[in-house]
Design a protein around this ligand. Structure first.
Ligand SMILES: [Zn+2]
Length: 382
């Protein structure tokens, strides 16, 4: 099976012959707002990838996190005059309901950052001890000058990285940093913020990147097969995860395949909370069924950015109806059975070409083959 790896920027063979176990980590949500179509594009894609790998007889361990302590959650809780914990819990519950409604299978483990605090503190302490981190102004930072390949995942220049970290919520102008690209591993709590006992007796909370590294190490080990997430997470989030994980374990590579899903646009811009141009899954489900929404998502290749148009839902609805009709004609015998299943598998083995797989599905007339394809793409019709 061939998959694209963002770090080498190459299509590579997924597993050498004989390797059966596959570990996958996908960065989860920060639960302070609702699930939109961009999230669904990522999680439905990885859902299909996991289904297909299992069909190919791999043992898949799939970990997803929930970033339940974070600047955004604390800010939103303050704005709404509510407790950060209950805010996170209620949005997590809504996210899980959206995923269930879209027929996304639950990961093997779904872990909260606040449940991995011991591991986080242990990692930061070791990074300090080994000279990869330093404390300054009551915060602890990762020292990128100690990790020479910082930037090798995202392939951005230093100038671009500084620019992007400014845009994406890090603070390159922080006077406590030795280098503008150094990032926070542990931060001292501000008044009224929740605190944990941290390294060097700093009462505070972890930085965002270290949470993912800690959960991966705790559940999947030092090296994993696939690390996924939206394309916008490649920097600074994944770049920093990679640096601190490899520094901590001394093992390179941390990840065999970095897989990034493309951005979903709407009204000419990236669909995002800050721009307010969101298409919510819960709203779409009022008018369209899950299969129709899933059909729209899978009709776009995961690495190709696309702009959402309402008309696509209507088209997908027709296509799903056609599949229902084929199934209800109960055509049992057809000589194309093996051939179509083979073509379908080849499409997915070719860097998860789901648009092609959908096309082949439309040409398939044998009901049991069609049901098998439907299951593999996570549709609910049978
Ligand atoms: Zn992450």
């Amino acid at each position: 099976m061939l998959l694209y790896d963002s770090k080498s920027q190459k299509i590579k063979e997924l597993t050498p012959v004989g390797v059966k176990d596959i570990s996958i980590y996908v960065c989860g949500i920060t639960p302070y707002d609702t699930t939109h179509l961009g999230h669904a594009f990522t999680y439905v894609f990885f859902d299909v990838l996991v289904r297909f790998l299992r069909y190919k007889q791999h043992t898949v361990k799939y970990l997803q996190n929930v970033t339940d302590i974070d600047d955004d959650i604390l800010r939103k809780a303050k704005e709404q005059n509510t407790d950060w914990k209950s805010l996170g819990q209620s949005w997590t519950k809504k996210y899980l309901t959206d995923m269930k409604n879209l027929n996304v299978l639950p990961p093997t483990w779904y872990v909260k950052a606040t449940d991995s605090m011991d591991k986080i503190v242990e990692m930061v302490s070791k990074l300090l001890k080994e000279g990869y981190a330093y404390s300054s102004g009551s915060n602890i930072y990762f020292d990128v000058s100690e990790f020479s390949s910082y930037g090798d995942l995202s392939h951005y220049s230093e100038k671009q990285m500084i620019q992007l970290s400014r845009e994406r919520g890090a603070d390159p102008d922080d006077k406590n940093k030795k280098n503008p690209l150094d990032f926070i591993l542990w931060q001292a709590a501000r008044p009224d913020e929740p605190v944990w006992e941290g390294p060097m007796e700093i009462k505070g909370r972890p930085g965002w990147h270290i949470e993912c590294s800690a959960m991966i190490n705790q559940y999947l080990g030092a090296q994993i097969t696939i690390h996924g997430g939206g394309r916008d997470l490649i920097f600074p989030h994944h770049e920093s995860e990679r640096a601190q994980s490899e520094a901590y374990t001394g093992k390179d590579p941390f990840v065999d395949f970095w897989m990034h899903t493309a951005m979903v646009m709407y009204q000419g811009e990236k669909m995002s909370k800050s721009l307010g141009n969101l298409i919510l899954i819960s709203d779409l489900l009022k008018t369209y069924d899950a299969d129709t929404i899933r059909y729209v998502l899978l009709s776009h290749h995961y690495r190709t950015p696309w702009e959402f148009m309402e008309s696509e839902l209507e088209e997908a609805k027709e296509k799903v109806l056609l599949l229902h009709r084929t199934l209800s004609t109960k055509l049992k015998s057809s000589n194309d059975t093996n051939q179509k299943m083979k073509e379908f598998s080849h499409a997915l083995e070719d860097d998860m070409n789901t648009p092609k797989a959908l096309e082949i599905m439309q040409q398939t007339h044998h009901s049991s083959t069609l049901r098998q394809m439907s299951d593999l793409l996570g549709f609910m019709f049978r």
